[in-house]
Design a protein around this ligand. Structure first.
Ligand SMILES: Cc1cc2nc3c(=O)[nH]c(=O)nc-3n(C[C@H](O)[C@H](O)[C@H](O)COP(=O)(O)OP(=O)(O)OC[C@H]3O[C@@H](n4cnc5c(N)ncnc54)[C@H](O)[C@@H]3O)c2cc1C
Length: 471
């Protein structure tokens, strides 16, 4: 038994043994075996290699966004040899993936979320995952050959450019980048930011949302998506954006401008005016991927929390931290919240498997709001247990917190999902009002039938002064 796998007082309880009961009937034998391999690969290989990866990125901004840590290629070779590759593409919608369902991948992605390198090592890293889904779903044969194939092989990386600095981009109808037809070409002008992955020198293809028909009366038909090769003249990456001071190198998040960027008309994805449809399609399963990985991040935070409260060197007020009741209360809360959130994620995954992302809008939105907050709460408790060390570079917790916090914003802020959920729930309001009234009316009628006077059981009718009660 490898000490890198020990996870309980009895030694190692494998990932497949820990699949929630409710999900077991949906997991094939092959997926259960692969899940155990993913766990082993992450715990024994990726997490220990994370440190090497961080060191190999370099120090200066120039170095950090031109380097390609060689350790990632070593891990990719190992992952491929183990068959841990492209597990994210669900089998009922894509033929190109490893043949697992969203639910099965959800269980695996949890482990990927525990390591900095694991997602990329298995070719399951955002934003490539969502971008590959777009190309697989909507790309022409030529687009697939040129961009999807090398992405599926992990030879290149990609970016998705929607958000713009000058407009509220959570409402994509505000996007201003122009995509103008000119003969056999489209010409792009405008600015983008938070273009994740664009700092990586291997990022060769940008999937760009802009407007081909800004005056269309239907504001959802104004947008289109085009594929822009990274070396097209007219693109400037001005700077990289920090996340609470972390640069997320080497992929990073770029602030980019496009000046008369010309691409062949054949680089249009689907048709003119289909941009909204494509981004809606892209954001479904991808949103769940973040949530799946966040479950793993929360598990990792709880593991660090448990390690800290059992550290015999640290005894505030004469006792190890686990002897202080409040810490066990926080451990228990974290356990409950992670387990509940995992069930919500798996439920969303099963619902997507049963239909598609459109058929699981409610479940996806629930998870998008619930999981990031749970993850932050769990990480926050772990940070607190470490005191000063918790906010420093001596634990992974501070970086995990920064990353976890962005999940309340990326792919649409919480409020957008809450509003949508609230609106949909509220559609049932009238029905509930009339049903409640009907039930009360029937209750009164039944009281009469049984000869019971329909009065308030707490009615008192006592006069405390002169005269009679007016009620
Ligand atoms: C780390 C990171 C990575 C990202 N990667 C990418 C990427 O790869 N590609 C890309 O295109 N974008 C990316 N983004 C951008 C992200 O998708 C946007 O930041 C997000 O959609 C919000 O858009 P905005 O920043 O323009 O905020 P705005 O749209 O200006 O919204 C600001 C705030 O307004 C509030 N708000 C918005 N709508 C409502 C509402 N209906 N009701 C009440 N309040 C509301 C919310 O509090 C929201 O946070 C990334 C962002 C981060 C932080």
């Amino acid at each position: 038994m490898s000490e890198l796998l020990v996870n309980s007082e009895k030694g190692h309880l494998s990932a497949s043994q820990r699949i929630p009961q409710i999900a077991r009937p949906f997991v094939s034998e092959r997926a259960a075996k692969t899940l155990d391999l993913v766990e082993k690969f992450v715990e024994e290989e990726c997490i220990p290699h994370d440190e090497v990866y961080i060191r190999q990125i370099g120090e200066t901004t120039q170095q950090r966004f031109t380097s390609h840590p060689s350790v990632i290629e070593d891990l990719k070779k190992k992952a491929k040899a183990l068959g841990l590759w492209n597990m994210f593409l669900p089998k009922n919608h894509f033929k190109e993936g490893a043949g697992f369902s969203n639910l099965e991948y959800g269980l695996m992605a949890e482990y990927l979320g525990k390591s900095r390198t694991a997602s990329e090592a298995t070719n399951c890293a955002a934003p490539d995952t969502g971008n590959m889904e777009v190309l697989a779903k909507y790309g022409t044969d030529a687009q697939k050959k040129r961009w999807l194939e090398p992405l599926l092989e992990g030879k290149i990386r990609s970016a998705f450019l929607m958000t713009e600095p000058q407009v509220a981009s959570s409402d994509a109808t505000n996007i201003e980048m122009t995509i103008t037809r000119d003969g056999d070409s489209y010409v792009l002008n405008g600015s983008k930011w938070w273009s994740s992955g664009i700092g990586d020198p291997r990022c060769e293809i940008f999937i760009v949302l802009g407007k081909t028909d800004p005056n269309n009366a239907n504001k959802y038909a104004q947008q289109s998506v085009v594929l822009v090769p990274h070396n097209t003249p007219g693109i400037t990456i001005h700077r990289m954006l920090g996340v609470f001071g972390y640069d997320d190198a080497p992929h990073g998040h770029g602030h980019v401008s496009f000046t008369n960027v010309r691409v062949p008309a054949s680089n249009l994805v689907l048709g003119e005016g289909d941009g909204f449809k494509i981004i809606q399609g892209r954001l479904g399963p991808g949103r769940i991927h973040h949530a799946m990985r966040s479950i793993g991040a929360a598990e990792k935070a709880l593991e660090w929390f448990l390690a800290r409260i059992n550290d015999p060197r640290k005894k505030p007020f004469g006792e190890m931290l686990h002897k202080h009741g409040i810490m066990l209360d926080r451990v228990a809360r974290s356990r409950i919240e992670i387990d509940a959130a995992r069930l919500a994620v798996l439920n969303a995954a099963i619902t997507i498997d049963a239909s598609d992302a459109k058929g699981a809008l409610k479940e996806i939105a629930e998870v998008k709001v619930l999981v990031p907050q749970m993850n932050l709460d769990v990480i926050d408790r772990a940070i607190q247990a470490y005191g000063g060390a918790g906010v420093s570079q001596d634990t992974p917790l501070a970086a995990m917190y920064a990353n976890g916090r962005t999940m309340r914003i990326v792919d649409g802020p919480d409020e957008v999902h809450l509003l949508q959920l609230g609106k949909n729930e509220n559609k049932r309001g009238k029905a509930h009002k009339s049903r409640i009234e009907a039930q009360r009316k029937k209750g009164h009628e039944l009281c009469q039938k049984y000869g019971i006077e329909p009065k308030d059981p707490l009615y008192l009718g006592r006069s405390t002064g002169e005269g009679k009660s007016k009620l």
